[in-house]
Design a protein around this ligand. Structure first.
Ligand code: NI
Length: 188
């Protein structure tokens, strides 16, 4: 019996070692971040199914964000370039958490300025709240000096979906582009 257990242990260890490891958090099978129904910056209604066959990165933020959002979007533009031809099968989606100020026109100007393929998604306050809840994304207004100069504290990570529309990874903010490039290469 003892040798059988030893053998089983060895088999289990081998299975563990053989499991591909991502640099980022593997959330395959998560019962959240499953779907959204929003409007893109051209006015078209969008769900995840529209991007089937592509690896999709979903990030929540707002156009007037001074640091985290522009850094994330420029990092993702760099990731896409580093992926070369595979980068054409990468779709970055930016969901606004500021539906008051981020009109379609604002998003149409802001999001594609990082990469022409990037898409901004907006919705009503209710649609955004529902989507953020599904994605376990936190966001909260921080009042500014005037009623329109507020900022918004928000979750800074991104979600990655594979070509079949399954959520796979949570990308932490501020890790640089190379760990993300390596992870996305494995999904593309
Ligand atoms: Ni931000």
């Amino acid at each position: 019996m003892r040798s059988l257990f030893a053998l089983l242990g060895a088999v289990l260890l081998a299975a563990c070692d053989g499991t591909p490891k991502f640099n980022n958090v593997d959330i395959t099978g998560a019962n959240y971040a499953r779907e959204f129904a929003l409007t893109d910056h051209t006015g078209a209604r969008r769900t995840l199914a529209d991007y089937r066959g592509k690896v999709v990165v979903v990030f929540f933020g707002f156009a007037q964000c001074p640091d985290v959002c522009p850094t994330t979007l420029s990092d993702m533009a760099q990731v896409k370039r580093k992926l070369g031809a595979d980068g054409e099968r990468l779709q970055v989606l930016f969901v606004t958490v500021d539906p008051e100020r981020d009109t379609p026109a604002v998003l149409a100007q802001y999001v594609p300025s990082f990469d022409s393929s990037f898409v901004g998604l907006y919705g009503t306050a209710e649609e955004i709240a529902k989507t953020a809840k599904e994605f376990k994304v936190f966001y909260q207004k921080a009042p500014g000096k005037t009623p329109t100069s507020y900022t918004i504290d928000h979750t800074a990570g991104s979600y990655v979906f594979d070509g079949e529309g399954r959520v796979r990874l949570f990308l932490k903010h501020g890790q640089g582009v190379d760990p993300i490039v390596a992870d996305l290469k494995r999904l593309l």
